[in-house]
Design a protein. Structure first.
Length: 494
């Protein structure tokens, strides 16, 4: 018995001794995954630790699952519009469990691909809860109750963010949905109350309405997607209102009661008047909070900002030697493609180069139907910075491909530098907006003038072809007054 006890103790001791790695990554998001596979391909020993998800949030509970659900809602909208396309039908029903199962299958298939890539590359994926216990040293509690310690020459923190619960009386007691639970619904909510006016709130509001739920959106801001120009906010408001979604903006939520999934009551104040909204479910989509608690950052010498994000410099170095942070937890823009670029920055710096995040492009898309996509400056940003610009703008109905699809809602607009032909920014609200935006972004990356797109021979009929009428919509030589020149803004009439 004594020998068995001694052997058991020795085994535990062995498991808790630090294992040496070239790179240890805490958090298994997309940037982490690409980092693991890339560093391993360069001959480094790499371990990735995640407490729950293979591949992180994007393929499991965020970007890809939400777009999967949104596409099902798009298909439902086609059924609703079938007569417009000359197709008669006798009605249809939504099988929300089937919608969920399609999403689950996609996630399961992606998990299998990720695991196979880990096996192929030789990077080690560890499913467990990790926390720093010393500089560059992470202790991992595994599901089988054993503990491992990993020490990296370099450590990357990529623990992401989670839905923030605003300090509203009664909200936490209601047990509201976040986007995670909303993606797992197996029945359509009778009446979904959505708290928020940004990406998640707007996308889910439209999708659930198309599945048949009554939907009410409650936002503090003056408009939907408040970081965008006024014409964008107005277009989104018109879109949702046109689909019979109730929208309450410039509101303050005073209290919440009930239980989400059963019956919920939200008391709001709007324009000085108080009113009560009743629903069956409530979805909270009003901001994010960083996952920095309980991971031992103080043990590693890693400091936080006043908002709770990991403090990094432009090279994504933390305040601890050899420790880096990427993605949302580092305060980077909350997009998967940015976390991947964050990895590129860290990868180059680990390998001796000097790569910074300063001045990079941040393209993004809101996956409503139609989509909203933007890269570069919008009008409000250009005006705030005192940058003079020429405005090019056309309705989507000017695009003949959009007409063939019966998808003419929206517009495209571009900002071009006043004293040159350099493209400053592009915004599209319309069918295929993200793909069209990418074409403009590539032109910006290449340093092409807007005239290169205006004069290009593009395939007809395509959505990208719409860039030709867009960049033909304003004079080549700006006509502006001395007052306009002094104001720093240029609005060219067509």
């Amino acid at each position: 018995m004594n020998n068995q006890k001694d052997n058991s103790s020795a085994q535990v001791l062995k498991q808790t001794q630090p294992e040496e790695f070239d790179v240890v990554i805490l958090g298994g998001g997309t940037g982490s995954t690409v980092a693991a596979w890339t560093f391993t391909a360069e001959g480094k020993r790499v371990a990735v630790i995640d407490r729950k998800y293979i591949g992180g949030s994007c393929p499991n509970i965020a970007c890809l699952p939400s777009k999967n659900i949104i596409h099902s809602a798009k298909v439902a909208s086609y059924f609703q519009r079938s007569k417009e396309f000359g197709i008669a039908h006798q009605g249809f029903t939504i099988d929300m469990a089937g919608v969920r199962d399609r999403k689950r299958k996609m996630v399961s298939d992606l998990n299998a691909v990720y695991l196979q890539n880990y096996r192929n590359t030789g990077a080690e994926f560890i499913l467990g809860t990790g926390r720093f216990v010393a500089p560059r040293t992470i202790e991992v509690a595994l599901a089988n109750a054993t503990i491992r310690q990993l020490r990296g020459s370099n450590v990357i923190v990529s623990t992401g963010t989670r839905a923030a619960l605003a300090v509203i009386p009664g909200l936490s007691e209601v047990q509201p949905l976040t986007h995670i639970e909303a993606l797992e619904l197996d029945r359509v909510p009778d009446h979904l109350l959505v708290i928020g006016s940004g990406y998640i709130a707007t996308e889910f509001a439209q999708a659930m309405r198309r599945f048949g739920s009554r939907v009410s959106v409650i936002g503090r801001s003056e408009r939907l997607m408040p970081q965008e120009d006024e014409d964008v906010g107005e277009a989104l408001l018109s879109l949702l209102a046109g689909e019979a979604i109730d929208i309450f903006l410039k509101t303050r939520i005073k209290r919440v009661s009930g239980k989400s999934g059963d019956s919920v009551s939200i008391v709001i104040e709007q324009n000085g008047a108080e009113k009560t909204l009743l629903g069956s479910h409530v979805l909270v989509a009003a901001g994010r909070t960083p996952n920095t608690e309980g991971i031992g950052l103080e043990q590693a010498g890693v400091e936080l900002t006043d908002r709770g994000y990991i403090k990094v410099n432009e090279r994504l170095q933390t305040t601890a030697l050899g420790v880096w942070a990427i993605g949302e937890v580092a305060g980077s823009p909350q997009f998967t493609h940015i976390s991947v670029d964050d990895f590129r920055v860290v990868h180059d710096n680990v390998n001796g180069a000097d790569h910074v995040t300063t001045g990079r492009q941040v393209p993004y898309c809101l996956f409503t139907d139609p989509e909203l996509a933007r890269v570069g400056l919008n009008e409000n940003e250009a005006k705030a910075r005192g940058i003079a610009y020429r405005l090019f703008k056309v309705p989507m109905e000017a695009n003949l491909r959009a007409r063939t699809l019966s998808e003419t809602r929206g517009f495209m607009k571009a900002l071009v530098e006043a004293d040159s032909d350099r493209i400053l920014g592009f915004t599209a609200f319309g069918v295929g907006a993200a793909e069209v935006m990418s074409a403009v972004q590539i032109a910006i990356i290449a340093g092409l003038p807007y005239t290169a797109l205006r004069d290009a021979i593009l395939t007809h009929p395509t959505l990208v072809e719409g860039l030709i009428p867009l960049f033909s919509s304003a004079p080549s030589i700006p006509r502006w007054t001395q007052d306009q020149r002094q104001s720093g803004h240029l609005m060219v009439a067509s």
